[in-house]
Design a protein around this ligand. Sequence first.
Ligand SMILES: NC(=O)c1ccc[n+]([C@@H]2O[C@H](COP(=O)([O-])OP(=O)(O)OC[C@H]3O[C@@H](n4cnc5c(N)ncnc54)[C@H](OP(=O)(O)O)[C@@H]3O)[C@@H](O)[C@H]2O)c1
Length: 334
Amino acid sequence: METQLQIKLARRPVGVPGDETWELERSAPRPPEDGEVQVEVLYLSIDPAMRGWLNDVRSYIRPVAIGEVMRAMGIGRVVASRAPGLEEGALVVGTMGWQQLATMKAEHLTPVSEALAPPTTWLGVLGLTGLTAWFGLLDIGRPEPGQTVLVSGAAGAVGSVVGQIARIKGCRAVGIAGGADKRAALLKDFGYDAAIDYKAGNLNEQIRGTCSEGIDVFFDNVGGPILDAALRRINRGARIVICGAISGYNAATPPPGPANYMSLLINRARMEGFVVFDYVDRYPEAIAEMAGWLADGRLTHREHIVEGLESAPEALRMLFAGANQGKMLVKVKV
Ligand SMILES: NC(=O)c1ccc[n+]([C@@H]2O[C@H](COP(=O)([O-])OP(=O)(O)OC[C@H]3O[C@@H](n4cnc5c(N)ncnc54)[C@H](OP(=O)(O)O)[C@@H]3O)[C@@H](O)[C@H]2O)c1
């Protein structure tokens, strides 16, 4: 490839990132130096967190700089290597960015097995998405058999896995998603015991009806009014897992905090956030368990793949419109 396409951050967006946020650039790829490899990007992961990386604020990771290639996790194949131990042809995952060819230090890449799972799975259920579900639910949520686990964003990439793990661990899983089709998918495809369509209204009543014995674990991907409604129904000693708060990611000013937070005091409950990267040393443990569930058919997953690197900005917007049906991915090598 003589020239490659890269998508760079042109300006910081206000609200949902429009096309003016990005600059598409064609240039010659940089050849690898000692210790580096060149990777042909096959698929890129599109994640709600990317919206936060565009804001010039203090966070768990530095913001993407103006003029920098947009950060993104990807899976690709090594096409040139100057790093002993990582040979041409290896399938690797890492932070490749919105580009067709990534020249990176070999130590920043993780080789994965094609024999164990197809490439897209390594960005989804066996990648950060599945790991987020596994560590967030089991380490922070600590569900016990027979308990009720409520999940928001339940038809999404992380949420759909959380519900299934909760069921595998002997819990009753209740999911919240937007729209009748996604509600139906929660019950039919992802095995939730009960499901709520938050767009149908009466959220408090729907939660009361589906969580008649209260909520022991609330795995929250959404924040805002859904978090508030869940707090009203928590049991004594409940765990509220703050995985994400997508409802506020495009807000120009921080949304107000949860009005019902005193429910934590009344119920001696714990609300705790986490960042999946902190569990890097334990990834193999989670991957081994989830690969077993995939192999024996207990864990199912859905992918939403759009074609072409040029589609990445639109794919990101789709997350905030609820237009994705499963793990959002861009197929870069088409
Ligand atoms: N803590 C961590 O380390 C970590 C790691 C990865 C991801 N996360 C978080 O996990 C969450 C889910 O990520 P994902 O990759 O699995 O995305 P996803 O759930 O596959 O896609 C996003 C979904 O969010 C819902 N949504 C969007 N705007 C909403 C709004 N205003 N109100 C309610 N729901 C809204 C939509 O579903 P509906 O159609 O149902 O509305 C949409 O399909 C995000 O909050 C993300 O930031 C956290």
